[in-house]
Design a protein around this ligand. Structure first.
Ligand code: FPP
Length: 247
């Protein structure tokens, strides 16, 4: 028997951080307390991702649909985001992690936009490690925004209609500068993708864990990466073709 080969490490892991509300409910605490604990989970998970060798980690922090939650929960989440950005700036610089965002950032409160701009600017020269926050994000909204921009470029004559293709269209997505996620993790036992990076996850492996986001830790991330390593990604080919190195 040959020894195991090097472990397959996903380059980009996207996470739907779910279960903060239930975590709080189980303890008789307000929902916001669950979100507060959820924020505390972020740094150890980003640290663990870097140690594993994951170059991009994307966190679904606020969806376009989340505005419909009670106003005190929405303002609480915005407050936590502001707090997180202020607190993490020095750490991101120390660990050489670049911050990116995907989503309609221009609709977020002005103070949050200001913090985002500050942290992005301060980390923009880092290349190896990347933290992507999905904020006011929805995949269908992203497609509509990209289609509008693409159509405008066609109308302006800078984008020939005859060249319309996925490779050209993807340059108009919020995620144009990012590789596609290899692994999508959702916590809390729900098994759905909830309008999250639908096109970018076309070939992503999916791992659903019952662990609630505030309880999610290094070992849970490692377990998902191990599971990813056991999967065979075929991109529509057969196992035999994959083994013979076809692409
Ligand atoms: C889902 O839990 C979680 C959210 C809608 C927000 C996620 C946000 C955070 C973890 C905090 C902010 C993040 C950063 C990076 C500062 P839920 O409320 O839907 O849980 P439930 O399904 O149990 O009710």
């Amino acid at each position: 028997m040959s020894p195991p080969g090097p472990a397959k490490i996903p380059q980009h892991v996207a996470i739907i951080m779910d279960g903060n509300g239930r975590w709080a409910q189980q303890r008789g605490l307000p929902r916001l307390e669950g979100h507060r604990r959820g924020v505390e989970t972020v740094r150890p998970v980003v640290d663990a991702a870097r140690e594993i060798g994951i170059r991009y980690i994307t966190l679904y922090a606020f969806s376009v649909e989340n505005w419909k939650r009670p106003t005190d929960e929405v303002s609480g989440l915005m407050g936590l985001l502001d707090y997180f950005l202020k607190r993490e700036l020095n750490n991101l610089i120390k660990e050489k992690v670049r911050l990116h965002t995907i989503g309609r950032i221009e609709a977020l409160p002005a103070n949050v936009q200001k913090e985002l701009a500050r942290v992005k600017e301060a980390t923009q020269h880092f290349t190896d490690w990347n933290l992507v926050l999905a904020l006011n994000y929805g995949a269908r909204t992203e497609v509509a925004d990209a289609a509008r921009a693409y159509a405008a470029a066609v109308q302006a004559g800078t984008e020939p209609l005859a060249d319309a293709s996925w490779d050209n269209f993807r340059r108009y997505l919020y995620s144009a500068q990012l590789p596609d996620p290899d692994l999508l993790i959702r916590t809390s036992g729900e098994q759905r993708v909830s309008n999250f990076m639908l096109l970018q996850c076309a070939y992503a492996e999916m791992v659903f864990t019952p662990v609630l986001w505030p309880d999610f830790g290094r070992a849970d991330l490692q377990a998902a990466v191990d599971e990813y390593g056991r999967r065979e990604r075929r991109y529509g080919l057969t196992t035999e073709q994959i083994k013979s190195g076809a692409s």
